[in-house]
Design a protein around this ligand. Structure first.
Ligand code: AMP
Ligand code: MG
Length: 347
């Protein structure tokens, strides 16, 4: 299949009327799949109303069919069409964080979206993205869009249109290139079907920010401990992984360097994932600074691109520094731990 590519400047006015958006929207109306930028990562969109369209998403990504998709909307009216009720806490969270990187899991209306979107669950995950290109595309198509991250299942999520093209050229109808995404990690998924909302996946909106709006918020035990069955089906799969095995190291530069030396002595090429503060302190085959330790948002923003760059560099193994787990650090460590298949060495 030919994969069209359109470039869109997100800073322009009236993006909905751009020919690129109109063409992409008309492909969506024909039940085709189009990748588009959001403020978290690139999404792989298709009509949430059509079994045929949603099946194409799973096929292009190679995604297991029991892993449900997030429905992306551009108006609150679309939310009312999809869910049975909006609890008061969810109302407050919507007022504060939408449009933005917060996904709410709510009780779905019968037959409001394709059963393939929700993988047989009684609930549906919904979010209103804040990226102007995403909002324009949803509103031009007039459809709620089911959209997982636009990567091959298991690989790091795409934060540039190039990442999408590397994974999905020939498999989808088009890619809207709106430049680099914002947060760089996926949305926070929050289950609002119980009295105390529970974080199923940490992400762009932090636990601290949520608690400031709606009091105590729980965290699914599977996020905190290995071996627990996650409530969010997608969290059980291997994710975000570069090809070379990755190990997280809790320790000082000297300790990490000793691990690098050991592997190099075995004849392996070694990569180190560090930050700008320490990038000059290592000797390895590939050293990449992933943002600054003083600004964890910059680490979130670069993480997936850096994991993909290690793949391109051809290293055999990767050691990564560890990060604090507060604020956006919780999402960073969640993704990094999964990318490492839970391999963590402590000095
Ligand atoms: P992605 O589409 O790659 O951003 O992943 C979406 C995440 O949301 C996965 O971890 C899904 O398992 C999760 N998710 C989607 N719908 C639901 C739902 N109804 N209940 C719980 N988790 C969900
Ligand atoms: Mg994903």
């Amino acid at each position: 299949m030919e994969t069209k590519q359109w470039v869109v400047d997100k800073h322009q006015q009236n993006i909905e009327s751009y020919p690129q958006i109109i063409e992409a929207a008309s492909l969506l109306q024909k039940n085709e799949v189009v990748a588009f930028p959001t403020e978290t990562v690139y999404g792989l969109g298709a009509s949430a109303l059509s079994d045929e369209a949603v099946a194409k998403i799973y096929e292009a990504k190679g995604r297991p069919s029991d892993n449900p998709l997030i429905v992306h909307i551009s108006t609150i009216g679309q939310l009312h069409n999809i869910v049975q009720e909006i609890p008061e806490q969810a109302e407050r969270l919507i007022a504060k964080f939408w449009p933005g990187p917060l996904t709410l899991v709510l009780k779905r209306k019968e037959d409001a979206v394709s059963k393939k979107v929700t993988a047989g669950l009684e609930t549906v995950a919904v979010r209103m993205p804040s990226h102007p290109v995403a909002l324009a595309l949803i509103s031009a198509s007039g459809l709620p869009l089911a959209a997982p991250s636009a990567n091959t299942s298991g690989k790091p999520s795409p934060t540039l249109a190039k990442h999408v093209a590397d994974d999905l050229t020939g498999k989808i109808a088009g890619i809207l290139d709106g430049g680099a995404t914002g947060v760089g990690l996926e949305s926070t998924v929050l289950d609002c079907t119980s009295e105390v909302p529970v974080i199923l996946r940490p992400g762009g909106v932090t636990k601290e920010q949520l608690e400031a709006v709606c009091g105590v918020v729980g965290v699914d035990r599977a996020i905190l401990r290995e071996g627990e069955a996650p409530k969010s089906p997608g969290m059980k799969y291997k994710h975000y992984a570069p090809t070379a095995p990755l190990t997280i190291v809790n320790g000082q530069v000297e300790f990490i360097q000793s691990l690098v030396n050991e592997k190099q002595n075995e004849g392996l090429k070694v990569g180190v994932l560090t930050t700008t503060e320490r990038e000059d302190k290592y000797k390895a085959d590939k050293i990449i600074a992933c943002g600054s330790r003083e600004d964890l948002e910059s680490v979130a923003n670069r993480l997936y691109d850096v994991l993909r760059l290690f793949d391109e560099s051809g290293v055999d193994v990767i050691f990564s520094e560890s990060f604090p787990s507060e604020g956006i650090g919780q999402a960073i460590m969640n993704r990094l731990t999964k990318a490492a298949g839970h391999k963590i060495i402590t000095e």
